[in-house]
Design a protein around this ligand. Sequence first.
Ligand code: ADP
Ligand code: MG
Length: 729
Amino acid sequence: MSKLRFRVVEKAFQTKPLEVHVPSERPSEYFAKYVFTREKMFKYLPTHVYNQMVDVMDNGVTLDRDIADKVAEGMKRWAMELGATHYTHWFQPLTEGTAEKHDAFVEHDGKGGMMEEFSGKLLVQQEPDASSFPNGGIRNTFEARGYSAWDPSSPVFVVDDTLCIPTVFIAYTGESLDYKTPLLKALRAVNKAAVDVCQYFNPDVKKVVAYLGWEQEYFLVDEGLYAARPDLLLTGRTLMGHEASKNQQLEDHYFGAIPTRVAAFMKDLEIQALELGIPVKTRHNEVAPNQFELAPIFEECNLAVDHNMLIMSLMRKVARTHGFRVLLHEKPFKGVNGSGKHNNWSLGTDTGILLMAPGKTAEENLRFITFVVNTLMAVYRHNGLLKASIMSATNAHRLGANEAPPAIISSFLGKQLSKVLDHMENSSTNELVTLSGKHGMKLDIPQIPELLIDNTDRNRTSPFAFTGNRFEFRAVGSEANCASAMIALNTAVAEQLIEFKKDVDTLIRQGESKVEAIIQVIRKYITLSKPIRFDGNGYSDEWKEEAERRGLDCETSCPLIFDRYLTDESIRMFESTGVMNKKELEARNEVKWETYTKKIQIEARVLGDLVMNHIVPIAIEYQSKLIDNVYKMKELFPADEANQLSSENIAIIRKIAEHTNYIKEHVDAMVEARKVANKITSEREKAIAYHDTISPMLERIRYHIDKLELIVDDQMWTLPKYRELLFIR
Ligand code: ADP
Ligand code: MG
């Protein structure tokens, strides 16, 4: 083993778990310690201010300026008691991370001294000079102003010495430059549309909330090993590395005992997450070695998205104090499972009904079926867009590979629910509606058991599976901002519910009874949305052919999948619901293509450097050793015998030459291909060029590097190998 590798591997073996400081209180006591919750608002704000804040949070009314001043005052007092000296508007630009610019509370007091100040103005709106964030051309430099504006529906919190204020980020001209703005609009749209539909069943419903429960998968790698892998460091994934002889074949890691060093990390992370009000609940080993999962209790979607963004940065931070690096990339290692982030999604009313959960009476179940079928319709109509919403250069490694959701969106319902829908589709109206019951109707809807699907009836290959009281959108990438998927899904469902109401109302106007109208429309939708339902194996080749026949979106090229945002149907959907306009969609796509190109570009550069500095020189050095040996053999033995004795070594010498030649030639070719691609001015075309020509080259070069890894003396190989990266705790 090379000296460097030996040192880092040895250190990784010797690293002891960190002693975690566990608070003496119980989690229920320290939960949300650093969050300005309603309880704290009540304590720190005058009553009339508190009451108005509640109205702002619950009903979205606008905040008066002088009230804002009082809120800011209370917030500052609370934050300073926790040791905060700074505040920041915390927002989610179109990178996958969050952004913050800290300002101190200090101001001149006019008497030559300083005082702590934080006004309503500073709380509500800021103009960060953030012109370097991707914006797809919306902000010309001469008008580079972008505003961040407070989102009172997500509570402020304190991290270290800083009061963090969740904000939206918009251009001077009003276009959204972030994830939160369209998410809030999508949630508003689905709320309105779903309330209108709920009114058919229950006039008391005034508000419908979208819920999100994410399951975050991740890898942990020892920090020393990580530092010795420039590819991991710079791209988040290994661009080379031969599979370890043992990886996940034995399925011994999944749900296995959590290693002590990892357990200490998890404990620390959970305590800090709970203090920040993130209701983390579940942790376990995942399928791949060194892969783990963390899941909270589900929350209102906007808050859940904020909490996921927050926990990703918290994970990075806490991992480092434990001598780990957390890998959130969707596919850090070839040959073992990648990481996703299942988005468990549902709708619920302010009257406490989960709309995706079956009820006890036929009427409740009609409502349940209404929402399930409309969701299916939405997913069917926008299956290409939903795929685009989770697509990225990094998630592309996962989709379509034989382990994660396939690159075709379909929905799994399970036997029981499928049966119910089939029954509804095939029975005639007369059968369905007979007299009796509350509204003089008896619905012929089969009794649906509360727990629809037990754990055995699960389909892990489905990208959009029904799981009892929610849908699980499983194609989301581990590194992604969940908002992207949630914007597309909630908007699609909003549009669909509006359509549904129109269809039902038309029938009612034509003289049908309400229930009959609903059933008729549902029946039509069940038939129309059938192509999206698929309970079989999503990884099989037959499914790809079948999906094509069904007219589902089967595109696999990432830059082309992004086109789905700009189809007429998508633009109509986003515009009619007021979520985004065409200009915003176009700008965001520019960012997507540009980001795609940059990611592949960086990978190509890193691979080129590693090849020239690490791989080829070492392979040649080893080859020279062998050549030396061959020559010495000739000195020792008669020619014939020497040749015979050296035949194996000569074969290896030849192989090394073949591999290194291939690698060098192709790295040069890749540089040339990049030069050609870089000249393309259209971001879309450039991304396509990177996808079609450069990305496959990375794979082909890797093949030869991985072969060399198997041949070259382990003592000389400098990069930590998979067996070390994946098995050392
Ligand atoms: P599994 O791994 O079996 O899918 P987990 O317990 O790991 O389940 O995660 C399920 C996630 O789904 C959790 O975040 C949970 O809170 C969330 N969840 C449960 N019910 C709902 C619901 N009705 N709507 C949204 N999310 C839900
Ligand atoms: Mg799940």
